[in-house]
Design a protein around this ligand. Structure first.
Ligand SMILES: Nc1ncnc2c1ncn2[C@@H]1O[C@H](COP(=O)(O)OP(=O)(O)OP(=O)(O)O)[C@@H](O)[C@H]1O
Ligand SMILES: [Mg+2]
Length: 316
């Protein structure tokens, strides 16, 4: 699609790379432009994991981050680097500041100290227009879904598209929304439904569809499988893996779900002691002598997840 024309007097900031049409997205990554076939391929074909090289470019760089609420220090001298093309799992006990870290990275929380660079852009002290241009390049699935309850699934998905491309009208707008809904693994009849009419798993998929609305390079997921039954959670994992593989996404994935970490994450960052104490593959993390890491990955649940994962022959 060539760059969309801008309406005279439209003072929206420059919208960045143009939104791909369904056919373009299909050519670029997915196997087939038809909704039903795309959904089937996303469900049926778990993509191979291809960890990015060690020298892949940095897509997120956090340095010396300090966050506090009153006297409560959440982060202190926190450093983290995310490489382009990886699925980075972020773990840590409840309340250790995973969601606050996500909010700091995406500019919703201004840290007391430190630097945050995303996609080569400094995220601190940006003007609203500058921040809006950067936001255009990522998608977020918040911890609580955060769908607008008074809008249908299709309208929720269309919302970010309308914000950045106000001149796009139906039927193209509807066509893009239904394609994203299919990418989220939902059936076409989910589009006209309201969030209250969906199951928890479908709400997550609708949130994912909205996160994919603007063809992001980077996907932030905050506990996407929380509250899902194990089968739905495994299906969601495979959907993320498949989308990452097909669309070349980088994924920043906060989770407590040990199965997810084993199944789809290239590396895992561990938040403890107010900072990232380690970032590595799970097998390398296991060799570290940190009490929380040992308790988490080598405790009863951690061992069960690892055993079931290795038993299924999911990893070489
Ligand atoms: N806006 C805020 N005002 C005051 N305190 C906050 C605010 N946001 C977060 N906190 C506190 O910061 C700490 C970290 O919160 P955060 O939501 O990042 O935890 P988390 O690691 O994501 O936990 P969980 O795994 O339960 O989601 C918590 O103690 C929380 O109460
Ligand atoms: Mg959280």
């Amino acid at each position: 699609m060539s760059k969309p024309p801008r309406n005279p007097g439209d003072d929206a900031p420059e919208p960045g790379p143009p939104l791909k049409t369904p056919a373009q997205t299909a050519r670029a990554g997915a196997a087939n432009p038809k909704d039903s076939e795309l959904r089937a391929s996303v469900r049926a074909a778990p993509a191979e994991r291809r960890p990015p090289d060690k020298d892949s470019p940095t897509i997120i760089k956090v340095t010396g981050l300090h966050n506090a609420f009153g006297d409560a220090v959440i982060h202190d001298k926190l450093d983290l680097t995310v490489r382009r093309g990886e699925i980075l799992g972020v773990v840590g006990g409840s309340g250790t500041g995973k969601s606050v870290l996500l909010r700091s990275i995406i500019g919703l929380q201004t840290p007391g100290e430190g630097t945050v660079e995303v996609l080569g852009e400094d995220m601190i002290d940006r003007t609203e227009d500058e921040a809006k241009n950067i936001r255009r390049r990522w998608g977020i699935l918040f911890q609580n879904g955060a769908l607008f309850s008074t809008l249908t699934v299709a309208e929720n998905v269309e919302l970010p598209i309308r914000e950045y491309f106000p001149f796009l009208k139906p039927p193209l707008l509807d066509e893009i929304a239904s394609y994203k809904i299919a990418m989220g693994g939902l059936p076409p009849d989910a589009g006209p439904k309201f969030p209250s009419e969906l199951s928890g798993g479908m709400v997550k998929r609708a949130g994912l569809a909205r996160a994919l609305a603007l063809d992001p390079e980077l996907l932030f997921l905050d506990e996407p499988t929380a509250g899902l039954d194990p089968i739905a959670a495994a299906a969601f994992d495979q959907l993320i893996l498949s989308l990452q593989h097909r669309l070349g996404l980088t994924v920043f994935l906060i989770t407590h779900d040990l199965d997810t970490l084993h199944a789809i994450c290239d590396r895992v960052a561990v938040l403890a002691d107010k900072r990232v104490v380690a970032v590595d593959t799970i097998s390398n993390l296991l060799a570290l002598d940190h009490p929380w890491i040992q308790e988490y990955f080598n405790g009863p649940r951690g061992r069960t997840a690892a055993e079931s994962y290795y038993k299924e022959g999911a990893v070489a």
